[in-house]
Design a binder for this molecule. Structure first.
Ligand SMILES: Nc1nc2c(ncn2[C@@H]2O[C@H](COP(=O)(O)OP(=O)(O)OP(=O)(O)O)[C@@H](O)[C@H]2O)c(=O)[nH]1
Length: 636
């Protein structure tokens, strides 16, 4: 037999094996009643072992084989891997036969993004679950993110099972972690399951506890379809994939769906379970967490929290609760260093954003930097992950402005507007605007720190205009601090400073706490009287003098060589608050050359001319793009 024929027979065998495998999975699911479904997530602080534990559970239930190649199948995105954080939610189905009763169970692990920037997404994942494992690193104990995610899960009525991880470590302190579970979360210490996700120790005790303690979903297969959109992603082969929780009814291949939010219609091109990758099924039904390929062109139409009905059977149905429009809270301006590259970069930028529905993108024009974009992010972590991605991809080719937050202007007639670009904030013309009040967004920052740093952290918070809300001793040595802090302060690397002043021991999480009245002003950086719009910042009045001084001094550093005298001024409402001057200086590139060396002299002069061409005219003087770049890099 020829090699080709053998390969073809082999291929056919594999596809038949695959088909019969799918069929057996389908038959197995059909026999499991909804009362034997369990949907759960894992609530944890970053690095406490969520991905490792997920892998162990998938191994235990035979979804993946033990071995390094399969490690952390749930953390799929590269950036996530690099930064060791989970940004995108992924999920997986598992089967489990209870050894005591021989009953078969269908479990859905719904992975959630760990960070509160994605709170709306996290809350939709929780909404599809009856409970969660509350995972705590035995060597670190309860941390800020454990607390913040616990509150969210608890407020949504999830049944929580405390799991103490990393008990194999010498530094593990199981009794301390149990004390914290009891005092901070008011959960009985007897419920704690001590495990090592790394070695697999005691992992077998987790699923029996899930079955016993987490309630089954309460949907009804016979009711008209209602499905909650939990997550979505773009697959290069099949387009948009939506992860849904079927609350009531059934989803079949070929069905017509209707979005409650947009009223758009879609055809179910494929439906199935994540096991651990997509496995197509004839149908999925109430209680299941499954995927759908809806033939959706624009990934942005998949809005987390949206409800899908069966088209034609949707009359009189109410959408599921909890839908929230994604609300960008941190904005960054991006400009090509070479204006000529805008067109090429624009296509690329639009593609990047298309695949990340939580980023908003608008075109923007700056006097100083030309055509560019204004990007909106859900929070500061989200912004910094994306900024890093852009910097890795474009390097010196892109100039990113300092991150800013949305400010609210309340007018005397009661109208309100949100300003997301500092340059559009009212400045010297403030009085003409009929403004009643200015407001800025605040967050509740939750921090956990060793108690020896209380004083340092409290002064850090106060220097960042924070208002203390709570101070609680978690156990000996660990303190939970809550401060209300302006989001603008948080995006200025507050976390970095917090880590810095606690030798890396602090952890931080935060939640939105709305807009508050604030005495904020716009500060412009002017070069020979010309405002550099891309460097304009909005800030609290108390920061004007120190910031103004710092800005002009730093900008001067980057503008060292100038052919004219240059005045660098920081202005607030047309009043100069700080000033630096650069004396005129001619750089003679030929001075070191011998007079007779004519060709070399010409070459140098030509090079100088080209250098000048690269500079961008701003007012009467030339500012090299690198000056902006260097200034803005350090401003982060
Ligand atoms: N010694 C020990 N190390 C563990 C255990 N579980 C996880 N780790 C290690 O802890 C680190 C973080 O584990 P991950 O599973 O990536 O943590 P995670 O919570 O998923 O992190 P994010 O995805 O960033 O939220 C890794 O280096 C793991 O190998 C454990 O039981 N014992």
């Amino acid at each position: 037999m020829s090699m080709n024929k053998t390969a073809a027979i082999e291929d056919k065998k594999i596809s038949l094996d695959k088909e019969s495998h799918i069929k057996s999975v389908q038959e197995r699911i059909a026999k499991i009643p909804i009362s034997n479904y369990r949907n759960f997530s894992i609530v944890a602080h970053v690095d406490h072992g969520k991905s490792t534990l997920s892998d162990r559970l998938l191994e235990l239930t035979g979804v993946i084989q033990p071995g390094d190649a399969n490690k952390q199948v749930l953390d799929k995105l590269d950036v996530e891997r690099e930064r060791g954080i989970t940004v995108k939610a992924q999920t997986c189905s598992m089967f489990y036969v209870d050894p005591k009763t021989n009953e078969d169970y269908l479990l859905h692990l719904v992975d959630t993004p760990g960070h509160v920037d994605f709170r709306a997404e996290v809350s939709r994942s929780y909404a599809s679950c009856g409970g969660a494992l509350l995972l705590i690193d035995a060597s670190q104990g309860v941390q800020a993110q454990t607390v913040a995610n616990f509150y969210l899960a608890y407020s949504m009525g999830l049944k929580l099972i405390p799991v103490i991880n990393k008990i194999d470590l010498d530094a593990a302190d199981i009794p301390r972690a149990m004390d914290q579970v009891e005092t901070t979360f008011e959960l009985p210490r007897e419920d704690c399951i001590p495990v090592s996700a790394k070695t697999g120790l005691n992992i077998e005790n987790i699923i029996p506890s899930i079955i016993q303690n987490i309630p089954a979903p309460s949907g009804d297969v016979d009711k008209p379809l209602k499905a909650l959109l939990v997550d979505s992603w773009h697959d290069p082969y099949v387009g948009v994939v939506m992860l849904i929780h079927v609350v009531d009814g059934v989803v079949r291949k070929g069905m017509k769906l209707l979005s409650a939010h947009s009223e758009k219609r879609y055809d179910v091109k494929e439906v199935g379970i994540m096991y651990p990758d997509k496995m197509p099924m004839d149908c999925v039904k109430a209680g299941q967490v499954a995927y759908i390929i809806p033939g959706m062109r624009n990934p942005r139409e998949a809005m987390i929290g949206d409800t899908f009905y069966q088209y034609g059977k949707h009359e009189g149905l109410e959408p599921l609760p909890g839908f929230e429009e994604p609300k960008p809270m941190v904005f960054v301006g991006a400009f090509p260093a070479d204006g000529g590259e805008f067109k090429v970069m624009n296509d690329h930028m639009e593609n990047l954003v298309l695949n990340d529905r939580s980023v908003t993108l608008e075109k923007e024009t700056s006097n100083a930097l030309g055509l560019g974009w204004r990007l909106g992010f859900l929070g500061s972590l989200h912004a910094s992950v994306f900024k890093e991605r852009l910097e890795n991809e474009y390097g010196a080719k892109i100039i990113l402005t300092a991150p800013t937050v949305p400010y609210k202007l309340v007018y005397k007639d009661g109208k309100e507007t949100i300003v997301t670009n500092p340059d559009e904030f009212p400045g010297a013309d403030f009085r003409n605007h009929n403004i009643e009040m200015l407001m800025e967004p605040y967050v509740n920052a939750i921090m956990t720190i060793p108690d020896e740093y209380i004083g340092t952290v409290m002064s850090l918070c106060e220097n960042n205009r924070g208002i203390q809300k709570e101070l609680e001793y978690l156990t000996t040595g660990q303190v939970l601090l809550k401060y209300e802090i302006p989001l603008a302060q948080l995006v200025e690397d507050f976390f970095g400073k917090l880590k810095g002043c606690t030798k890396g021991y602090a952890s931080l999480d935060y939640e939105d706490s709305g807009y508050k009245k604030s005495d904020i002003v716009k500060m412009e950086l002017c070069v020979n009287g010309e405002p550099q719009d891309a460097l304009t910042q909005v800030m609290h009045r108390s920061q004007v003098l120190s910031r103004g001084k710092e800005y002009v001094t730093r900008f001067k550093e980057y503008l060292k060589f100038q052919l004219f005298e240059v005045a660098i001024q920081a202005k607030v409402n047309n009043k100069v608050v700080a000033r630096e001057t650069i004396k005129a200086k001619r750089k003679d590139v030929t001075q070191k050359l011998h007079a007779a060396d004519i060709s070399r002299r010409k070459k140098l002069l030509l090079r100088q001319k080209e250098g000048k061409k690269q500079m961008k005219a701003s007012g009467k003087i030339s500012i090299n793009q690198e000056a902006y770049q260097a200034f803005l890099r350090r401003a982060d």
